[in-house]
Design a protein around this ligand. Sequence first.
Ligand code: SDX
Length: 376
Amino acid sequence: MSGEQKGGLEDVVVSTSGICFIDGNEGRLVYRGYDVNELVERSSFEEVVFLLWHGDLPSRNALAAHTRALTSTANRRLPPKLIDILRALPRRTAPMDVLRTGVSVLAAFDPDGGDNSRDATLRKSIRLTAQLPTLVAAWERVRRGRPPVTPTPRLGLAGNFLYMLSGKTPTALAVKTFDVGLILHADHEFNASTFAARVTAATMSDVHSAITSAIGALRGPLHGGANEQVMRMVEQIRTPERAEDWIRKALADKARVMGFGHRVYRVEDPRARHLRRLAGELGRQVGDTGAVEILDTVARVVSADKHLHPNVDLYSGAAYASMGIPTDQFTPIFAISRVAGWTAHVMEQHGNNRLIRPRADYTGPTRLSYVPADRR
Ligand code: SDX
């Protein structure tokens, strides 16, 4: 059956792209030709952002200039009026809603607003990639009645985010773990949120509008929202001893288990094992490996009974929870990484654009005659 007949554009190839390659049968993820396993071991998120945007690894000087741009206080800082808006929002507002709102407000204050040239879009992409961590951390502080923490130029993107969340300098393990998490989430071909960004960019709309579209798509529990749902499942299971009975009952009830399955991967998502390793290391560091033990039991049963494999969302939350990050901030963290891929795809779409406008297989009547209301 073709993708259209299964629905959801399954297996439908809609356009070419040189940014990200996924081999769903081999379980391979490649950014601009480089295997993500090698990038995790040898690169940094800042360098991966350059790779996604510019198509190859930077020279030492180019990386230094790029890193300075991504970590400069001027580019990280939020407009004061946006902080005022955060303070005006109800404190119960979901962080993903704050992120979506905040990106729209950033567009209004961006000095390159209205300029869709490649150079302007690159400058806006640098600012968005630098500002999103500040926005997510600022909301975390404001909703708890605390003042936002000013970004520090002495830390890279991963370390500075953890610092702005807590006001304390993070451990080297936490920074490394978080940086690996950012690399693993940076891009993933035409996933739902990236495709939403490309559809928006294909109308020649601006990068802030495209990122707002992407955030709306990522929010859904079938996509980026799954990592939050996984941790809610762990909270319901509570202890490793209860995990096997709990998941067997859930499967018997035909429940959809978050963190498992994938539209493209037919084997384990290559990102899952890195996140499982990091979640285990962090859990041991903080003396609590319960979440990973629970997830390992769930994975054993779901894989054996449903032949479904873990995806990127299964262990990421356990790693973030070990860093003291609240559950409803897990999807915003997905976004502060994926904004690198989203902006890369916007620039690729703008660079060789044709409006994305598919057809529908219409199932209704086509020649009805109008009947006045008093005769219906
Ligand atoms: C991400 O696309 C990307 O690249 C996304 C992403 C990225 O980096 O951008 O990788 C990030 O979104 C990862 C996925 C996170 N979502 C979840 O973990 C939610 C749970 N997973 C599922 O809802 C599901 O696996 C999807 C949405 C991820 C993929 O679903 P498909 O391809 O539409 O498959 P389907 O829903 O048609 O399911 C096929 C069969 C069904 O059984 P039958 O009805 O045919 O008997 O598999 C079953 C489903 O019931 N199934 C599951 C399941 N996933 C599929 N059953 C229980 N639990 C699951 N998680």
